[in-house]
Structures are given as C-alpha cells and as structure tokens.
Design a binder for this molecule. Sequence first.
Ligand SMILES: [Fe+2]
Length: 596
Amino acid sequence: MIVLGVNEGHNAGAALLVDGKLVAAISEDRPTRQTTRSGFPFQAIEGCLALAGITKKEIDHLAIASTQLPPKYFWIPRESFSIADFWREQNDYWKPRLFAGQKPSYMEVFKHRMDPSRFVYDASMIRGEDDLEGMLAARLKHHEAYFGLPRERMTVYDHHTCHAWYGFMVHPERLQRDLVVFTADGAGDGVNGTVWYAPRGQPLQELHRTNQCNIGRIYRYATLLLGMKQFEHAFKTMGLAPYANPKYGRAAYEVYAETLQVDGLGFSYRVKPKDHFFHFKEKLEGMRFDGIAWGVQKRTEELLSEWIGNGVRQTGTGHVVFSGGVAMNIKANKVVWEREDVHSLFVPPGSGDESLAIGAACKAVVDFAKLPGESIQLCRPMTSAYLGPEYTPDTIEKKLDHAQGLSGCSVEKADTRRVAGLLAQGRVVGRFVGRGEFGQRALGNRSILADPRSRDVVRTINEMIKQRDFWMPFASSVLAERMLDYVVNPKHLAADFMTLAFDSTPLAQRDMIGALHPYDLTSRPQVVHREMNPGYHELISAFSALTGVGALLNTSFNLHGEPIVHTPEDAISTFLRSGLDHLLLADWLVSKPGQS
Ligand SMILES: [Fe+2]
C-alpha cells in the first residue's frame, strides 16, 4: 500500500509510506531554499516520489494534514516576514481587533508582502481571507487535479491527530509498551494541546484536547518581545535563558506564573490575559532581556512537567511520547525526563509541523491498510531520520566537473582516515554524504563537523560560516559506545535525533567543551549507532583513534538564515560562499587553496 502524506501549511512537506515503511520525507524549505516555507509542496512531493521510483498514479491513498488553513497565509507567506513584520502583525492587525473592536484586513496590512504567484488554488471558491471551508474545498480540488485521484482516496486529518500519530507510530518500542502521548504547539486546527493513550500494541485513544495549552503561544511571543522571529527563533530564547541571574529572572517568571495554569489534562488561567503579546509586553517593561528568557523558559518547564505528570498518573504509564512544535524545547524535555515517574521520553525528529505529512500518512495506513486489524504492526517504526535524497559518487563527480568557482580548489578521493586526520588538525569540514536528514537537525550527512575539544572552535565556525548568535551552543555527535562517558543519561534514553538535552560528565567538559552549552554545560547529543549510519560512525571512530575523543562537534550545513543544503549544488555554493576549509561530497574531498 502506497500512502503519500502532504502538509501545505507552515513548514510544508511530503512523506511517503510504502507497505507501512517510511521511505521518504522532505520539507519544502530544502529544495526551495526558503526557511519554514509554506504552501503546496510541489518539490517535496516530486522528491519523495522520485526517491521511491513511484508515479502519482501508483498512490493508493493521499493523507492531507490540517483541516483549517486560512487563505490569508497562502497569499501572504509569512516565511518572508521580517521581525518588523511580526511586530506590525501585532500592532496593526491583532491590537485593533482585540482592543478596539475593529476588523482590519490582513491582506491590507500586509499588501507589501502579497505574493499571488504562491496561491495555486481556485480563488473563486474562497470567500474572504478567513474562509476556512472554502479554502479546504479549494485544496481538495487542487489535490484531485494534481494527483488524478478520486476524492474517496483522500483523507484530511486534523492537525494534532497528525502530531500525535507521528510521535506514536515512529516510536521504536511502540509494540512493547503502554504509551502516553502529548502534543503541544502554537496552534493547529484551533487546538494547541492533546493527550492520548495507547495500551501496548493498540491504536491511540484520545483522552483530551484543548485550545488553552498556550505554552507555545506565550513562548513565541516572548521571543518576539526579545526582538527575534517568533517561529524560527524560539530556540534562541531557550539558549539565552541559562545566562540570566535568577535574581533578575524571577520578576519575569512571576509575570508568566500568574497567568496560565495546568488543570488536570488541560489548562486554565489564574489571571486571564486579554491576549498573549500586549499583556506580557506591558508587564515585562523595564525588565532585563535575559531575565525574560529565563522566566518564560522556567515557566514552560514547570507547566510541561506538571501537565505530563498528570497524564502519566492518569494513564498509569511512565513511557511518554511528546510531539508538536513545543516538543522542540529540549531543555524543557530534560526537566520532563528527569521526573521520577517518567521512565522514558521519546521526542521524534522534526516534531514541529514539518512532520505533519508523516503523521497523516501513518494514520492513513492504520485506517486504510488492507489488513486493518494488523495495521499498527504493519507500520514499521522509524529506524533513522535519513529520509531525503542521496547522490552517487559518479553523479557528484559530474557536478564537480561542471561547478563554477572551484578553480584553485583541490579535489581528491578521500577515505575516512584522511577526513578524520583533517578534523584532528582542527580543520572544519562540511560533510554531504548519503541520504539527507529529515527535520531541522543535521545528523552527520548534511553537517559541518569539527574537533570539539576547544572552546575556540565555536568562534572559528561562527566566523567561517554560521554567524550564530554568540550565546548559542553547538551540538555533538557521540559514538553510542562512548555515550555514558560523555552524557549523564541514567535512564539510558535513546538520543538518536538531538531532541533531548542532558547534563555533561566531567570527561565531556574536558573532551568536548566546544559542543556543550557555554554556560550551563548541558549537551544536545546525537548518539551515533553503527547500524544507523555506518559511514558517520566510522568517521567518528577514526577521529577517536587519533585523539581519544569519541565525539565531534556537529552543526547543520547551511549559511546563516538559509535551510540546510539539499543538493550537491547547494553544498558547493555554501562552501564557496563561506570560510569552510574542506567539503566532503560522498567520497570526494574538495579543499580551498592552501588547505590540502
Ligand atoms: Fe503544529
């Protein structure tokens, strides 16, 4: 059975399941080179089908994520928004609506951002910028025409159903454990939090859904108040929080703590703010920026921990799955997994809206597989996040032959020892090998790699390519065999996808200080198993043989503000536009003049 999942909303993308196996998943931002790209994901769909050698005609079922996508966000794609645009959204759209009883038009406020070329649907079916029903009908009509599939072979799934089924179906021990599943995000289909329960081997049962789980909304507006983009930069607020002196953060924390409260499996308010932006803006005026980050992060951790604790108590299982955009807060995840009553925590890769297409496709397998009683077993857990395209050495050789701007660079065939040797000498290497990763974390195949032993490497990489904010940490890839040497992980949690934070051991603070948070010394490791990525495991092992350090600094292969590289052309272009010393493309090593 061939199921294609499609998400047209924020972080659009596609995913392909063949006989219950996830064979491809691509986010539209990669091929289009636009971070958080929304809209019908033409290129992601084509990419997934091409990877599996499948044509549109062979699709058995189409699984479409989200029932309520407002037309205005298709006409005005918010990935083009500047920080000033997000402030304008508050001042010129939401403020008059919430506080003056006016109804400004979004399309009018943002007419300078209007991009009609991005609207591929039948506009005559839509009455107004908020016509959800008309938009859904237009989306279905477009899918019908594009795929040539009859309506009965298409299902539209609710947003949080997709988040929940994604986390559940890709869980590595889904068939062995009772699981409690939580989803939380800014909002999707009018909901921002759900709780589900699955007795061992059984389908998910929904226990609760709410539109009052405003943790994500409060957090993203705190990010905007700090002068950063609300969707893309929440992780910067999280990275900033540990630097604050709690003495200065306490006052901001109190502002957040007096509003949203956990109430069983749902949420309520002690002080109900009229909105989640201006209320906090007013109350936080005059407070230090780092204290605000500390306050909102601490309150987020408390709320999530209490909420998840309530779900654990109610279902009687301590095996927790957490999905949705809020699950990308790895520091809050740390507080959750450290709870005594939480035995395990699984956060899937790319748990934000980029995984909705996978969740929708998984649910369709369960609903429409030919053997419905066995459909849960039919769908196989996710064994890796390497779900994007791969390029053979021959293809790459041809691309190198035709690439502009490489004159003066040396090109050679390089084995693992050669690359490990360069890393051990302190060189920084871009690695483009094997299949691309799904999700926002590079897991070795579209990564920039470096020796993690010195703090200086952070400055070097930032100057060369990343231009990251000075307070942000880099992540690490750690050999599975060395995990406990470096990572304080008493519950032996799986940490394959950089979705959890951990404290570091004294040895990690000596061996990989460059890949820890500079202030609280926590780490966000990718634990690398040989069977998941043999080539990458071999490289870290070779580095370990030279240095004794079983880990590398690993950051995503992209220039600041751009998506992770998708094609060899992207990799070459990024290499040439940056200060990177070396680029490994499959087994071809390209070195800048004087670096060989
Ligand atoms: Fe979502």
